[in-house]
Design a protein around this ligand. Sequence first.
Ligand code: UD1
Ligand code: CA
Length: 455
Amino acid sequence: MPLSVVVLAAGQGKRMKSDLPKVLQPLAGRPLLGHVLAAAAELAPDAVHVVYGHGGEQVRAAFAGALVQWALQAEQHGTGHAVMQAMPAIPDDHTVLVLYGDVPLIRAATLRALLERAGGDALALLSVMLDDPAGYGRVLRDNAGNVYRIVEQKDATRREQAVREANTGILAAPAGALRRWLAALRNDNAQGEYYLTDVVTMAVKDGLRVEAVVSPTVAEVLGVNDKLQLAQLEAEHRRLRATELMLAGVTLADPARIDVRGSVEHGRDVYLDANVLLEGAVRLGHRVRIGPNVVLRDCEVGDDTVIHPNCVLEKSAVGRGCSVGPFARLRPGNRVADGAHIGNFVELKNTELGAGSKANHLSYLGDSVIGSKVNVGAGTITCNYDGANKYRTTIEDGAFIGSGTMLVAPVTVGQEATIGAGSTITKDAPAGKLTLERSKQLTIDGWKRPVKAPK
Ligand code: UD1
Ligand code: CA
């Protein structure tokens, strides 16, 4: 059956005490709503509708590129009223799956299990067993175990409140029937709202099969209302991703001190030390070792490469058998070839560093093409920016750049050229020769150190 997903995201999220709408609050570096849309996309639905309200323009702008349809709920009169806003765009023969923009850890596998029970003549809702279900709607079953109603906490009797099976709010139902039920909702309840949950009683009355599928985990159905819950789900997400990595063969120094905020592809026998942060799309080859306090954002690291402690690498590709850091910074746009060494306090930006080349200490290499087997001495700087424009530096294979060299771009250092230490190179240095720029060293005979004047 065709599937339409409706994501409720109109809530204001007052308790966040933030100018950012609730569904844009980041979890693992991505808006809450982004997590939900990603889970929805895994189901390959025919359409995704997002019901938005407060802060709506900000929400729409944040997801401007997303393949979703937007339905405005200008005033919030309850979850049933919210779903109603999306219904005009949904054909009768679809199954409607209702999700929540503030329930970020929901897994596609759980939703698939739910959808298997829903369809033409069946309504399926996702429930969860809670030790303390206070605040949740309760799933009421008859003696035969059949679900006949969901009662909200505020409308529940004592007896009903003792039920531990809680409603997660997530449900799937046939669109045609859902449309009829929603139109018939009334708001004569404790909160004066149109409850989506009331469609359950209507489905039972219409003779549809109603099933409650119990969620396999609690975390995936938890909503976020304040910064405390946000941090709790962030921690849960961290645990889940660390567990995934370990089960896939990655060794973690401490699973409680690793953050995966994106996708990780990896080879065998990868080792990640404490406080490693992986963001965006990260690819790690076989036997890669990442030291403590390293940030990798959208990076690729080749087999057997070691990233030493305290490095920050962004949008860069590092080859095989390289050594980076400690304390190295790779800004976007670098390609570091196999066997290269980048040492402490070295910054690279938009630079190609050839195979086996070394920049071991205190350098800035920007907008550069550096060949293979080049030795970049300590304190070498590419002066790539004249205050208005940026220029390229080219260093050919086998060149040796003496320490403390300023390479004023645009400039080329030829193959096997040697640059004397302390030079400011403003013109191309020919291949195979020694080029240096240095004032003559003087020694002043008879010079005396100044002495302190008597007071
Ligand atoms: C709802 C369920 C309850 C369930 C609980 C799980 C109803 C009537 N009750 O209660 O059974 O146990 O979720 O958390 O459905 N929203 C809108 N527009 C509205 C109202 C809500 O978009 O007019 C969105 C909110 O942003 C939120 C979600 O729907 O993401 C749930 O709304 P909320 O008011 O928190 O529902 P609960 O009262 O907690
Ligand atoms: Ca409410």
